[in-house]
Design a protein around this ligand. Structure first.
Ligand code: DX5
Ligand code: ZN
Length: 218
């Protein structure tokens, strides 16, 4: 099945980031998924604007920035200037959803709207015609290498049905706990953008890992 693979750098070896990016390109990965955490919206801190700005010089891959931060509107300009192609933010992280969507578009980036596992998918579906991507989290946000939450599959199915019924080409990205064993099931449920952190980088063999993911998705 056709889908976009977005590799989460959270699982990469940051000490050799340039090499990791080169290997992702050679493996044919389409997007780089950049998980930004503020220690407030989630109980973890990852990286921010300077990191994204510096790796922007090293690759032309599409930067899929996933903001897990409170009141994201405060920082979207900086992430756009750092080289984000798409900026996703969480519907739970702000009361200013419409304003944030409009601000990101005005900055020339695509917009993604994310929802955590406990959030009803209706909270993001009502914006489906205004954004380029809906991001369904399939683990609690904050950490990589967790186990896929089966309860999220119904949300993917419902989102795909909604997009089809409304004739929308909005991407449906699923993020968290995806590997070669469950990938096909998630694609069948309706995903067309797959985030892979641990499954892409484990063991340091990006080429073989990506090949296994591609084969699993056929
Ligand atoms: C979790 C992040 C995910 C995660 C994916 O908060 O949004 O992108 O790092 O990693 P894996 O694929 O290892 O679950
Ligand atoms: Zn993510």
């Amino acid at each position: 099945m056709e889908y976009i693979l977005s590799s989460s750098l959270l699982a990469c070896d940051f000490s050799v980031i340039e090499e990791e990016l080169k290997q992702l390109e050679e493996a044919g990965v389409e997007w780089v998924h950049l998980d930004v955490m503020d220690g407030q919206f989630v109980q973890n801190i990852s990286f921010g604007v300077p990191f994204i700005k510096s790796i922007r010089k090293k690759t032309d891959l599409f930067f899929d920035v996933h903001l897990m931060i409170v009141e994201p509107i405060r920082f979207v300009k900086q992430f756009a200037e750092a080289g984000a192609n798409l900026i996703s933010f969480h519907v739970e992280a702000t009361d200013r959803v419409q304003e944030t969507i409009d601000r990101i578009h005005a900055l020339g980036c695509k917009v993604g709207l994310a929802c955590s596992p406990d959030t009803d998918v209706d909270a993001v579906l009502k914006y489906a015609d205004q954004v380029e991507l809906l991001l369904i989290m399939s683990v609690q946000p904050g950490f990589g290498a967790q186990t896929y939450l089966r309860c999220c599959t119904a949300k993917i199915v419902k989102t795909r049905q909604y997009l089809t019924a409304h004739g929308l080409s909005t991407y449906l990205e699923v993020d968290g706990g995806i590997n070669a064993s469950n990938l096909k099931m998630i694609l069948k449920a309706g995903a067309d953008v797959i985030v892979a952190g641990n499954a892409a980088f484990s063991g340091g063999n990006i080429g073989a890992n990506v090949k296994a993911l591609r084969e699993a998705g056929v």
